[in-house]
Design a protein around this ligand. Structure first.
Ligand SMILES: C[S@@+](CC[C@H](N)C(=O)[O-])C[C@H]1O[C@@H](n2cnc3c(N)ncnc32)[C@H](O)[C@@H]1O
Length: 343
């Protein structure tokens, strides 16, 4: 969290107390975002009265939130007296910026507030307490934030993926590829390539706009539907399963891999992008903590988890894939590459 402590203060403060502050700071930052505080301050510092008028709040309540946000590192005091976005907030929470944390902050606020209540029950039963994608479909704003967050992360990965896939063939299947970022990048890099992006109907909204913007409507087809049921077609050279397997348990992944094997030509390749539970050596503590927390989130919200590389490789081998390789991509993101063996 943006509460920067020197090593002595860090050692002298109980860990759960720091977590308590972090939980309240996260909630307060989410409230400020929903009220429009960071957005109102993008034009420069404002006195409390002006900020209250801009955000439809009362100055007495607002000032308590603002003072808390100053100590959490989101805001600063400015002459006037006034309040300003801190450099961190100005840098990370501006929705107009090409890379922004704003959709992630909004999405995780909604998710933790609404779906983590059943955590203990999930741990007791080993079953999820929610249907994450059904929940998202009922919340268009949260779904838009979720897809914008994924799109931002994919934009950073797309050049690395394009480099890692120098020969995708001529037909690409992008499963759960909603924002279409990877299909677009690969079609741009390979002029003979066409792509089919499969995702849930409303998750394709961003992809539809992006494909039109890229002028690739004749080469990128968007196929709405549940990937467990929709007709995927056949004869593809390459299938992308990016950040998808973690949403399913073993049975779900085995069923998915069978469908992928049915859609690829013999010798076709599958690329699985994931963080694996057996993390790369030297993974920094914050990155490891996020992967473990994310796995917990998957368990409570959709019955998935972060799987180990060997588990995924084993399910793929059982579905007829061979030549399985593990390649680093970026941070904890890795690629599993496998070929469909001839029957
Ligand atoms: C975590 S996101 C990954 C998105 C993208 N592949 C990436 O790496 O940026 C998972 C995607 O799979 C889609 N998805 C999940 N379950 C699905 C299902 N049963 N049928 C179709 N799409 C699904 C979601 O809507 C979402 O777009």
């Amino acid at each position: 969290m943006p509460l920067y402590l020197d090593p002595d203060e860090l050692r002298g403060t109980p860990g759960p107390h720091l977590d308590l502050i972090g939980a309240m700071a996260f909630r307060a930052a989410g409230a400020a975002q929903r009220l429009g505080v960071f957005e109102a301050l993008l034009g420069g510092p404002l006195p409390v009265a002006d900020l209250a008028a801009r955000t439809g709040t009362g100055p007495a309540g607002l000032v308590v939130l603002l003072d808390a946000l100053v100590s959490f590192g989101y805001l600063e005091r400015a002459p006037g007296p006034a309040y300003a976005n801190s450099p961190m907030a100005a840098d990370l929470l501006d929705r107009r910026a090409p890379w922004t944390y704003a959709p992630a902050l909004a999405f995780w606020q909604d998710l933790l507030a609404e779906l983590w209540d059943g955590l203990e029950e999930s741990v007791r039963t080993g079953r999820p307490q929610a249907d994450f994608y059904a929940w998202l479909e009922e919340r268009p704003d949260t779904l838009a934030d979720f897809q914008a967050m994924l799109d931002g992360m994919a934009a950073a990965r797309a050049p690395l993926v394009a480099e890692a896939v120098p020969d995708p063939g001529e037909r690409l299947l992008d499963l759960g590829g909603g924002h279409a970022r990877h299909s677009i990048a690969l079609c741009r890099a390979h002029p003979r390539l066409t792509a089919t992006v499969v995702d849930l109907p409303n998750a394709l909204a961003g992809g539809r706009a992006r494909v039109a913007e890229a002028g690739l409507g004749d080469r990128v087809t968007l196929l709405p539907g549940d990937l467990a049921e929709v007709d995927l077609g056949s004869g593809y050279d390459t299938a992308l399963l990016f950040n998808l397997c973690h949403g399913f348990d073993e049975a779900g992944n085995r069923a998915l891999f069978k469908r992928v094997a049915g859609a690829l030509r013999p010798g076709g390749r599958v690329l699985v992008l994931e963080s694996f539970a057996d993390l790369p050596p030297g993974t920094p503590a914050a990155a490891e903590a996020f992967v473990r927390a994310f796995s917990l989130n998957l368990a409570v919200t959709q019955g998935g988890r972060i799987h180990a590389f060997g588990e995924v490789a084993g399910w793929l081998a059982d579905a007829g894939f061979g030549g399985i390789e593990r390649r680093p991509l970026q941070g904890t993101d890795e690629l599993l590459v496998a070929r469909l063996e001839a029957p």
